[in-house]
Design a binder for this molecule. Structure first.
Ligand SMILES: [Zn+2]
Length: 444
């Protein structure tokens, strides 16, 4: 053995001895990945979840969302009525006695939920959270429901309606999706006007801006913890920065009637959007964006691409605004995690948790954990798909998928030598609970 061989032997030996804990990360896992997964999952089951996005609701409650599913919607395979996982969910949550959801059997489930709704009180939805070890849950709704415990369900209210105060006949005529969505936005605006005792649109833009700002402040006072844009369903997520005078001219021209041109309406919306963002910063109210594929037959992947928001997210004027890009930007999940490189930008895995199977969710979470683990949160996007498969079953599906997927992602990273199991559990806690708790409790 010459000198160089001896130096090599000395320096290599101790590293090999500690291979699992301290070695350089490898592209292939050690053989014990499956056992690490099982160990992590056991611990991960015990982490109480902070759910960043849900629509906890009974199916006949029209306040569940500010929009509705358009008539021709085509659903991804995992969300179709024949997914056997929905039967598993109903069995786990309610002891559902059948093996399918055929109408005669599904009636058992529908009756059970109708009885829960009729009994009133907050115990039912609390019990659903308890069964899934969900501690706190954001409820994205038009208004909070009396059957949701405000200590556990925190309100995220909608703000898109402020972008549609004029005659919307051109928007409605665009396609079948918009024909469903826009009248609902008009209704929400009417509701806010009633809430603020505003009869008719204010006489000038300054009056409209006051109405917008005041509504946000009042919604926060009545429990709102964040505001939400579903704008990707209605228009491009690219918001230009027009001068106030341009928006003022459009408002003066159309607030009493008349149909604005596409460009005029866009100018007005881009300006009011910035009024909303500015006020969110002043109120320390996080701003949620739908930033992923969407339902309907006319959803534009180009307009809905979250990269369109980059000029806003990277604008130093808004560095104190907390932006939450929900649904992980799916399918643009890699771009999404890079958007969160800015300290005021966050994302969550809502919607993805039931759109894709856990094996694919695992790959997405692994990529995110490997880059900015302090920016990612769990979200269920629990939502009632029909009278039988409700928000209850989708809570279950999303929570089960996320717990197993994050255990698998972390198990692989530990087996590849990226970090220890103890660190993996810290990262799981950040994703499932701590990052969201910190975000919403900061400054309160
Ligand atoms: Zn949602």
């Amino acid at each position: 053995m010459n000198l160089w061989m001896r130096i090599a032997a000395i320096s290599v030996t101790p590293i090999c001895a500690a291979a699992t804990t301290y070695a350089q990360a490898k592209p292939f896992p050690n053989g014990d990945g499956r056992q690490i997964y099982e160990r992590l999952l056991q611990q991960i089951e015990r982490i109480p979840i902070y759910d960043n996005h849900s629509h906890a609701t009974f199916p006949d409650d029209s306040d569940m969302d500010a929009q509705a599913a358009p008539p021709d919607e085509s659903s991804v395979i995992r969300l179709r009525d024949d997914n056997p996982e929905f039967v598993a969910a109903a069995k786990a949550l309610f002891g559902y006695p059948y093996e399918d959801l055929k109408p005669a059997h599904a009636k058992w489930l529908i009756d059970k939920k109708k009885a829960a709704e009729a009994s009133g009180g907050i115990a039912y939805w609390d019990s659903i959270l308890d069964k899934l070890n969900i501690e706190t849950c954001l409820a994205n709704r038009v208004a909070l429901a009396p059957y949701l415990n405000p200590k556990r369900f925190h309100w995220v209210f909608f703000v898109d309606s402020f972008l549609f105060p004029f005659d919307n006949q051109k928007q409605i005529a665009k396609n079948g999706d918009m024909a469903v969505y826009i009248p609902l936005q008009e209704k929400v605006l009417q509701r806010y006007m009633k809430q603020e005792s505003v009869s008719g649109l204010p006489a000038d833009l300054a009056g409209y801006e006051n109405f917008v700002r005041q509504t946000l402040a009042d919604n926060q006072k009545t429990g709102g913890v964040a505001m939400k844009f579903e704008a990707a369903y209605f228009r491009s997520l690219y918001f230009a920065d027009p001068p106030r005078a341009a928006a003022e001219a459009v408002y003066a021209k159309y607030h009493v009637g008349g149909v604005a041109s596409e460009q005029e309406y866009r100018t007005f919306q881009d300006y009011v959007f910035r009024v909303l963002i500015d006020q969110a910063g002043k109120l320390n109210l996080p701003v949620h964006f739908h930033s992923a594929v969407g339902i309907g037959d006319y959803f534009s992947l180009t307009d809905g691409n979250p990269l369109n928001l980059e000029n806003v997210l990277r604008d130093p004027r808004y560095k104190n605004v907390k932006f939450v890009l929900i649904h992980g930007g799916y399918p643009h999940t890699l771009e999404m995690i890079w958007m969160t490189a800015a300290k005021n930008v966050y994302t969550d895995s809502s919607l993805m948790g039931y759109y894709v199977y856990p094996s694919e969710l695992k790959n997405i979470l692994k990529q995110w954990i490997s880059l900015y683990p302090e920016r990612m949160m769990f979200g269920s996007d629990a939502f009632p798909f029909n009278d039988a498969v409700g928000a209850e079953e989708t809570f279950w599906l999303a929570a089960r998928s996320a717990r197993t997927a994050v255990a698998a992602a972390l198990g692989e990273l530990v087996a590849e030598g990226a970090f220890t199991e103890a660190r993996a559990l810290e990262l799981a806690r950040m994703y499932l609970h701590d990052n969201a708790a910190k975000l919403y409790e900061d400054g309160k």
